[in-house]
Design a binder for this molecule. Sequence first.
Ligand code: TRP
Length: 333
Amino acid sequence: MKKRILTGITTTGTPHIGNYLGAIKPALELAGPENDSYFFLADYHALIKQTDPTEIEKSVKNVALAWLSSGLDCNQSHFYRQSDIPEIPQLTWLLTCMTAKGLMNRAHAYKGALADNLAAGEDGDYAINMGLFSYPILMAADILMFNAQIIPVGRDQIQHVEMARDIAQRFNHRYGELFRLPAAQVDDNVAILQGLDGRKMSKSYGNTIPLFLVEKQLKKHINKIVTNLLEPGEPKDAETSTVFQIWRAFANEQQTAEMRVRFAEGIGWGEAKKELYELVNEQLREPREHYNDLLQDPARIENALAEGAEKARIESSELMRQLRDAVGIKALV
Ligand code: TRP
């Protein structure tokens, strides 16, 4: 039996190589005919943090472009925009009524915001909206709507997938076995890519390498990676180096082993960055060309999303019908 794979990317900001390596590339590796895959743009999730409509619109386009340019085959998988599936917010409500408030109190995004408020001497609820608080329920709906089993995500999302599982279990217990139980899948090699400043690569730190830079800009970003003051010829610690870490994320095993030796031998930072640029640039060349083609023809992006939603809704509308029936929302005669 085919396995159902599902993952989404929140549409805030411009996709960067961390998103590509951590989410898009591993997801596409699972997207062959042996699996049933569901990839989507989490635009409802974006509203939790982003209230500028222009930014939302821009990001939806860029994230869609990132998937499509990276070699996603829409015939082999389901590719859609969350907001094009009206059953998802419907399911969110059914799940909301099955979710203990205490479970949401423990979700780390909310807990973090609460702790920051308290540390700053603010009211605990300061600037926390209900979207942030119940975010894991919307994410559970994304997953359960398609009865997905394998959820490739970054380490920070494991808790949410476990919550989806808890919520599904509770629902099944009350209303019958309607949901399969999902599990997170984390790739340890790529889950925590460092950014230019050495902290986790994240749009919220502004330390990313965007995915579709022109060559000159890509080189400039790579040159900005923070290193130490060691001179060429002095041995360098590969494990703590951001340059090496990004190298490893793009390189094969042999290239990684070779670069590790060259760090020990004291490769200069300038040289290491030059080689990193060449490696990354080579791998992004083809996606970048697709990206530029698609940019000329945005209707192709919109069509792909519309067709994807239509295909996905065959599934979601049928499951929603069963769910409504199970909870007792049905025709009287
Ligand atoms: N919350 C995820 C993130 O910020 C994105 C996401 C939304 C997602 N719904 C999902 C990921 C469902 C996997 C499955 O990274």
